[in-house]
Design a protein around this ligand. Structure first.
Ligand SMILES: Nc1ncnc2c1ncn2[C@@H]1O[C@H](COP(=O)(O)OP(=O)(O)OP(=O)(O)O)[C@@H](O)[C@H]1O
Ligand SMILES: [Mg+2]
Length: 513
C-alpha cells in the first residue's frame, strides 16, 4: 500500500518528462523543419485528432478565395469579439475610437476568449499562420489572420445556425455604431505590396460641411437632400427592379461654387466614407478595377475635375477654321488643365495613366461595379460641355447638379452662418448688386469672414459690397474694351462675320464677373 503514492509520483514524473520531451522535439521540429513538411505533418495530426475529439472548430479567415478583399464575416467577427472580449480577454490591443475621444479595446493575437450562447460554451481564438512567399522575386512572409471558434459537437446545429447569425448581425451593428468615417485616397506613390495591404490609404474623415450651411437655392437643397435620403433607403427597391444599388451625381459649375463642399455634405448627411479617386495616378484599367473592388459599401467614390483627369474630351474638338479667340481659349484651357493635373499629383509629375474612357465607363457601370452596393459615384467638373456624353448620360450620372454663382437666397444662408444676421438694412444694396454681377459663394464667404477681432457684421457686409462694386466696375471695363476691339475690327475688315466674335466675347463677360 505504501508503494502507491511513490508509483503515482513516478507515473506523474514520467508523464511530465515525456510531455517535456515531446514539446522540445515539437519546438525543434517547428523551428527547423521545412515549411511544406511541417504543413503536411500538421494536416495529418489534425485529421487524426479530429476523429477522437468531441469538439468542432470553425475558422473565419481574413482573406478568402481571390484574396482581394477582407472577408465580411471576418470583419463582423472582429467587431463582435472586440466588443465582447474586452471584459474577459487578458491581452488586449487598443486603438483610437470614433471621434478620437476614446480607446477601443480588442483581443490581441493568440488571445482566447469564451462566449456563451443559449447554455453552450464557445471558445474563440485570434490567430495567424505565417507562410513564405516570393511576390516580387524576393523572400517575404505572408501572414494570414483568422479567428477560430471551438464548441462541443452536440451544439453543432445551434452554433452553425443561430449563433453565427447572431455574431455577424451584432458585429455589423457594432461596426456601424463605432465606425469612424474615412477619407481614402489612392496614393500616387503606391508600390505593389503583398496582397494583404490595400490599394487605398486613409485618414479619418472630419470635414464639417453640412447642407444646412451651404449657400444653395432652398428648393434645390431640399430636392438634393430628398434624392440622397431616398437612395440610401432604397435597398429593397433596387433589388426588386434588378438594378445595382448605386447612383451617379455630376456636379458642375465654376470654381468656388461648392462642388467639393457638397460632396463632404453628402458624406456627412448619409454617414458614408469618401474614396477620393485620383485618376491620373491609376496605371491602367486593371488597376482601376482593383481599386473599385476594394471600396466598401456606404461610400462615395469621387473623381474631381474629371475633365482634367483624363483625355475624355477628344470627340468635342472642332476641326479647322478656328477663330483666334477660340485658339486662345483652348491654349489657356490646356494650361489650366496641366496646372490642375500637376497640383492633383502633388506636383510630383506622374500623369502616365493609361485609363481609357471605356475603362472608366466599365468602372461606373460594368459588371464589377455591382460588388458592394450602396455607393454614390460623384464627378465634378468646371466644364460640363467638355465631357463625353457617354460618360454623363442618365443611368451613369443619374443626377446632374449645377452649382452656380451665389444668389441672394444663398447669400442670406452665408450671412446667417458667418455673421448670425437674418436681416440688415444693407441687404437691399447687396441684393441689387448681386442682380448685376456674378459672384461665387467662395468669394461671398471670403468677404463675410471677419479679418480682425474688431470687425463687426456691418464691416463684413461693407467688405462684400466693395467686392461686388469692384466686380461690377471690372465687368464694365471689360465690356468697354471688347466693344472697342470689335468696332475696330469691323472698321478694319468690315465683315459681318466678326459679329459672332463680339457676341462670343460678350457671353464670356457675362459668364464671369
Ligand atoms: N455653396 C456654398 N455654400 C457655402 N460655402 C461655399 C459654397 N461654395 C463655396 N463655398 C466656400 O468656398 C470654399 C471653396 O468651395 P469648394 O472648394 O467647394 O468649391 P469648388 O466648386 O469645389 O471649386 P473648384 O471647382 O475649384 O474645385 C469652401 O471652402 C466654402 O467655404
Ligand atoms: Mg473642388
Amino acid at each position: 500500500m505504501e508503494m502507491v503514492p511513490s508509483t503515482m509520483a513516478d507515473m506523474w514524473t514520467k508523464m511530465g518528462s515525456t510531455l517535456a520531451s515531446f514539446m522540445f522535439i515539437w519546438a525543434v521540429f517547428r523551428q527547423y523543419c521545412p515549411y511544406e513538411l511541417r504543413r503536411y505533418f500538421e494536416k495529418y495530426t489534425h485529421t487524426i485528432m479530429g476523429y477522437f475529439s468531441p469538439y468542432i472548430k470553425i475558422s473565419v479567415h481574413e482573406f478568402t478565395g481571390d484574396r482581394l478583399k477582407r472577408s465580411e464575416a471576418y470583419v463582423a467577427v472582429e467587431a463582435y469579439l472586440s466588443a465582447n472580449s474586452s471584459k474577459t480577454a487578458k491581452r488586449l490591443k487598443a486603438e483610437m475610437g470614433k471621434d478620437s475621444t476614446n480607446l477601443v479595446l480588442s483581443m490581441d493575437e493568440y488571445e482566447k476568449v469564451t462566449d456563451e450562447f443559449r447554455g453552450a460554451k464557445i471558445w474563440w481564438v485570434a490567430s495567424k499562420t505565417v507562410s513564405p512567399s516570393r511576390p516580387m522575386g524576393y523572400y517575404q512572409e505572408q501572414e494570414k489572420r483568422y479567428y477560430r471558434l471551438t464548441f462541443h459537437k452536440r451544439y453543432r446545429e445551434m452554433i452553425t445556425g443561430a449563433y453565427l447569425e447572431h455574431v455577424v448581425k451584432e458585429g455589423k451593428e457594432i461596426r456601424v455604431r463605432n465606425r469612424q468615417r474615412k477619407l481614402y485616397t489612392n496614393s500616387p506613390c503606391y508600390k505593389w505590396p503583398s496582397y494583404k495591404q490595400t490599394m487605398w490609404s486613409h485618414i479619418v474623415f472630419e470635414h464639417p460641411a453640412r447642407f444646412e450651411t451651404m449657400a444653395l437655392e432652398p428648393s434645390n437643397k431640399k430636392d438634393i437632400i430628398e434624392d440622397l435620403v431616398t437612395f440610401s433607403q432604397s435597398r429593397e427597391f433596387y433589388s426588386r427592379i434588378g438594378k445595382v444599388w448605386k447612383r451617379g451625381y455630376l456636379l458642375y459649375g465654376p470654381p468656388g461654387t461648392g462642388k467639393s463642399t457638397m460632396i463632404a455634405a453628402m458624406a456627412n448627411l448619409l454617414n458614408y466614407d469618401v474614396y477620393d479617386l485620383e485618376l491620373t495616378a491609376v496605371k491602367d484599367n486593371t488597376e482601376l478595377r482593383k481599386l473599385l473592388i476594394e471600396t466598401t459599401s456606404k461610400s462615395i467614390i469621387v473623381i474631381e475635375d474629371i475633365d482634367c483627369s483624363l483625355d475624355l474630351t477628344g470627340q468635342r474638338k472642332k476641326k479647322g477654321g478656328k477663330a483666334v479667340a477660340d485658339e486662345d481659349k483652348e491654349k489657356m484651357e490646356k494650361e489650366r488643365r496641366e496646372a490642375k493635373e500637376e497640383s492633383n499629383n502633388g506636383g510630383g509629375g506622374g500623369g502616365s495613366s493609361r485609363v481609357t474612357l471605356s475603362g472608366l465607363l466599365n468602372f461606373i457601370d460594368g459588371l464589377w461595379s455591382a460588388c458592394g452596393g450602396e455607393r454614390l459615384i460623384v464627378f465634378t467638373t468646371n466644364y460640363v460641355e467638355k465631357l463625353d456624353p457617354a460618360l454623363i448620360r442618365r443611368g451613369r450620372m443619374d443626377k446632374h447638379i449645377e452649382l452656380s454663382y451665389c444668389s441672394f437666397e444663398g447669400f442670406k444662408v452665408l450671412a446667417k452662418n458667418y455673421l448670425q444676421l437674418e436681416t440688415h438694412p444693407l441687404f437691399d444694396t447687396i441684393d441689387g448688386l448681386m442682380k448685376e454681377v456674378d459672384i461665387t459663394p467662395a468669394d461671398v464667404a471670403e468677404s463675410l469672414m471677419p479679418k480682425s477681432p474688431l470687425d463687426n457684421a456691418e464691416k463684413c457686409l461693407w467688405s462684400l459690397i466693395h467686392a461686388l462694386e469692384e466686380s461690377k466696375e471690372e465687368a464694365a471695363k471689360k465690356v468697354a474694351e471688347q466693344e472697342e476691339t470689335s468696332s475696330k475690327q469691323i472698321k478694319d475688315h468690315g465683315t459681318p462675320a466678326m459679329e459672332d466674335d463680339v457676341k462670343h466675347h460678350e457671353n464670356n463677360v457675362s459668364e464671369k464677373p
